[in-house]
Write a protein that binds this ligand. Structure first.
Ligand SMILES: Cc1ncc(COP(=O)(O)O)c(C=O)c1O
Length: 418
């Protein structure tokens, strides 16, 4: 088979594809693998019960079943669902939104593919623009979404050391220049992989830089407010006419329904919907049908506060404590856990790369993700990139305890062998 440049780009060593395949085959080879690698949400019984009731309601109504599975909804997404989301956000945060500010996508991953390529790459005047990631490490899933090479630029963070065993990244505004060739700024908040929460000041500063340069600020709220609200620190939600906020139903516990939600000014939503029509005709209706009542009644906000946020907050504290106990005699720091479903560990001066550590852990039956995948747009010479790993903690707790022991053992061995 002869592949086009597009074909080659999407099939040749794409970081996320290699990673997902590697995780999949590791699991096939060893079904007892301790899975601390992927971003699958945890099973939360209370949320599963809510969704089960919604499924039941759906199949009991022929009309609802028909409008879910029997029709193409409008390319922008079902009107009622968009209205309910707009009014919920307006009521909750005072954002001036109408249904025309909302579009539904087949998962937020595909929304980023469309948004990034609408804005960056080859421009009609022959110039080239890229998406800038103001604080890398950033979400691995962005890496290969751009249709051209060198699609992302990134800024290294400032590192604040906290006590003996923690740290926090901050945006290094001295190093952040938004030039003619920047198409948009993009941040995930809270951040995958680091569990960092950009502060309100950082968001205000990024917002003003974006406005000055007349480019959008894209905020990936896959873990953020108002749902699933996996936020462990108090911050202000942010949206204005120059912001593109992308939400997702996945981390509520519904990654299989593939529903993302884009919130932006009308012009951006119209461009998004045209591109989404070309690529998908329409977005799937299952996610909107299942959750519509929960948006209409604002229950989604309460459920997130009552069940999802406390589950992950407690888990993150337990797992952080276990890591701190296990790592006492090695130079390992954990990023402050301010949200999302991961811990980000930094092994200062690690004598092997994080990729080798990842391979050794896989041999021992523990899957994590090597940190070097998360530094899109940063030169490869920065040692810090090869000293971090991401671990997810949503899975079975006894397995995680076991995994932490093995991670500590392998890291100690690596330092001893030095
Ligand atoms: C930060 C972030 N953004 C976007 C996505 C994509 O999620 P989905 O396509 O399931 O909405 C993920 C998935 O893990 C993520 O972690």
């Amino acid at each position: 088979m002869k592949l086009s440049s597009f074909g080659e780009k999407l099939t040749n060593g794409s970081g996320i594809v290699d990673l997902m395949q590697d995780l999949g085959s590791a699991l096939n080879e060893n079904p007892n693998m301790i899975f601390m690698g992927g971003g699958n949400p945890a099973r939360i019984p209370e949320m599963e019960a809510v969704f089960k009731a919604q499924y039941k309601k759906l199949i009991e109504s022929s009309e609802q079943l028909y409008s879910t599975a029997g029709v193409y909804q409008s390319p922008q997404g079902e009107l009622g669902f968009r209205r309910d989301i707009a009014s919920m956000l307006k009521q909750e945060y005072g954002w001036q939104l109408k249904e025309s500010n909302i579009a539904v996508s087949n998962g937020s991953q595909s929304a980023f593919y469309i948004l990034f390529n609408l804005l960056a790459g080859q421009m009609p005047d022959g110039s080239f623009k890229s998406i800038h990631l103001p604080l890398t490490p950033e979400y691995i899933g962005y890496n290969d979404l751009g249709l051209s090479d060198n699609f992302f630029t990134g800024s290294k963070p400032e590192i604040e050391l906290i006590g003996d065993d923690q740290f926090k990244y901050h945006v290094n505004f001295d190093d952040l220049s938004v030039g003619e060739d920047t198409a948009a700024l993009c941040v995930s908040r809270p951040t995958n992989p680091t569990a960092n929460m950009l502060t309100d000041d950082e968001i205000k500063h990024l917002d003003s830089l974006a406005k000055q340069a007349d480019i959008p600020l894209i905020i990936d709220g896959a873990y953020g407010v108002p749902f699933p609200n996996i936020n462990f620190v108090d911050v202000e939600p942010h949206w204005n006419n120059n912001t593109v906020l992308v939400l997702s139903l996945s981390k509520l516990g519904l990654p299989g329904v593939r529903t993302g939600i884009v919130i932006a000014n009308e012009q951006t939503i119209q461009a998004f919907s045209s591109a989404n029509t070309v690529i998908n005709l329409a977005s799937g209706n299952m996610g909107p049908s299942l959750t519509r009542d929960l948006f209409a009644s604002n229950a989604i906000i309460e459920l997130s506060k009552q069940y999802i946020q406390p589950f992950y907050k407690q888990r993150s504290q337990q797992v952080m404590a276990l890591f701190q106990q296990a790592m006492t005699d090695i130079p390992c720091r954990t990023h402050l856990s301010e949200g999302a479903i991961f811990l980000w560990l930094w092994f200062e001066g690690l004598p092997i790369t994080s990729e080798v550590l990842y391979q050794r852990l896989k041999q021992r039956g523990v899957l994590v993700v090597s940190g070097h995948h998360f530094f899109a747009g940063i030169d490869d010479q920065w040692p810090h990139q090869h000293q971090c790993i991401r671990v997810s903690y949503g899975q079975d707790f006894s397995q995680i305890e076991q995994g932490i022991k093995i991670i500590a053992e392998e890291a100690k061995l690596a330092y001893q062998q030095g």
